[in-house]
Design a protein around this ligand. Structure first.
Ligand SMILES: CC(C)(COP(=O)(O)OP(=O)(O)OC[C@H]1O[C@@H](n2cnc3c(N)ncnc32)[C@H](O)[C@@H]1OP(=O)(O)O)[C@@H](O)C(=O)NCCC(=O)NCCS
Length: 162
């Protein structure tokens, strides 16, 4: 498996992974899948910042990771939020860890100060992945989201990049 910077040609593979998570999980709190145009625009915004990576295994995109602004106001400009998604069927094989390694290194190199992860509280795989890289639990905000007819709690995790 190799991790490399994402390219515009990865947009459809990335969109398929995202849309699968939108349709089948509570990792992304929406039930509206991305269209091809929305997927291309979403990835392009990350490509401009150089904040998107893909993992390739056996000739296919096995997962992707991006970081972007945590909040929009300029006072938050040294804080980024990450997002890591591995293709169904390739979970638990180290793909997420390889992607997060590259993502953290890139955010550090870009001079960011803090990386935040916002995780649905019951997503044990994502919590474990982030713990493994030294993210610390900053708290869980109860019932701030909803999907599939139930309330969702958001666990915030924080990594210092200095
Ligand atoms: C969360 C996710 C990115 C993790 O990537 P991955 O490639 O499966 O993870 P890795 O194989 O690198 O494993 C990382 C750690 O998580 C643990 N882990 C993996 N799957 C797990 C699971 N289902 N339950 C508990 N821990 C799990 C691994 O054991 C490993 O910890 P360890 O080093 O202590 O053994 C992946 O499962 C995924 O894409 N899930 C769906 C989308 C999602 O939830 N994204 C995150 C949104 S916040």
């Amino acid at each position: 498996m190799t991790v490399r910077g994402a390219e515009p040609g990865d947009a459809e593979a990335v969109r398929a992974i995202r849309n699968h998570a939108i349709e089948h999980s509570t990792a992304l709190w929406t039930q509206t899948p991305q269209s091809p145009a929305e997927g291309a625009a979403w990835l392009a915004a990350h490509l401009e910042r150089g904040s998107a990576f893909v993992a390739e295994a056996e000739g296919e995109v096995a997962g992707f990771a991006v970081y972007g602004p945590w909040r929009e106001l300029d006072g938050y400009r040294h804080t980024v939020e990450d997002s890591v998604y591995v293709r169904e069927g390739r979970h638990g094989l180290g793909v997420g860890s390889a992607l997060l390694t590259a993502l953290i290194a890139s955010a550090r190199e870009a001079g960011h100060h803090v990386m935040i992860a916002g995780i649905e509280a019951e997503n044990a795989a994502s919590v474990r992945l982030h713990e493994r890289f030294g993210f610390q639990h900053a708290g869980t905000v109860r019932e701030v989201g909803t999907k599939f007819g139930r309330w969702l709690d958001l666990t915030i995790m924080r990594l210092s990049l200095d």
